[in-house]
Design a protein around this ligand. Structure first.
Ligand code: ADP
Length: 190
């Protein structure tokens, strides 16, 4: 079974840019001005509108670049997704032991932005596990724990809050079957 937390989380193999969720998460870098991997693919598929929106955010709110663990939201441009949430993952070995904390912050801050923007479905790539070198086994533990904590807390809060549109689906997209299998062997959803 590739579905967790009462069906709110799913694990799939595919290309992040092809997901027809309300929002996609981009494994960006602090420049917000594009890069390789997921970042390159999202900007190629989504077109110039996304880069332009990133440029505006960079110039107005983050002249020095977006900090690791933080997230911002833009249009999805030509993508099927309405929004792209750009977050900067930690570079393995570059954060003096704070890598896990920073990777968890990427997931938590991206999910918080999604909820703020009434996103019902969101697709994540495996942040930091490419060029940034985060070991996939450990990333699986950290990301699943961060997602579980966020969704559990959100559910507890929802009992009191007045009707807020619910984040119904968190889709974790792996580029290859082996990377999905590593995730499925190491997650902490239950
Ligand atoms: P980072 O710089 O945060 O490590 P990368 O983009 O280099 O980000 O890679 C993150 C993960 O996403 C890697 O596991 C990589 O294999 C995977 N990946 C690369 N391209 C895609 C894509 N188009 N869709 C889904 N996953 C992808």
């Amino acid at each position: 079974m590739n579905s967790f937390l009462h069906g709110r989380v799913s694990v799939v193999v595919g290309d992040i840019t092809r997901q027809a969720t309300d929002a996609l998460v981009n494994a960006a870098n602090s420049s917000l001005l594009g890069g390789g991997g997921v970042d390159g693919a999202i900007h190629r598929a989504g077109g110039a509108e996304i880069l332009e929106a990133c440029r505006v955010i960079r110039n107005t709110r983050y002249p020095e670049g977006l900090l690791t663990g933080e997230a911002v939201i833009t249009t999805g441009g030509r993508l099927a997704a309405r929004h792209v949430i750009h977050t900067v993952g930690p570079i393995w070995g570059q954060h003096a032991g704070r890598e896990a904390e920073l990777l968890a912050a990427c997931y938590r801050n991206s999910l918080a932005l999604a909820v703020e923007h009434a996103v019902a479905s969101i697709a994540f790539p495996a942040i930091s596990t490419g060029v940034y070198g985060y070991p996939a086994e450990e990333a699986a533990q950290v990301s699943s724990q961060a997602i579980r904590e966020f969704l559990t807390r959100e559910e507890d809060g929802a009992a009191n809050a007045e009707a807020r549109p619910k984040l119904e689906e968190v889709r974790l997209v792996f580029f290859t079957p082996p990377s999905a299998e590593i995730f499925l062997r190491n997650h902490k959803f239950e």
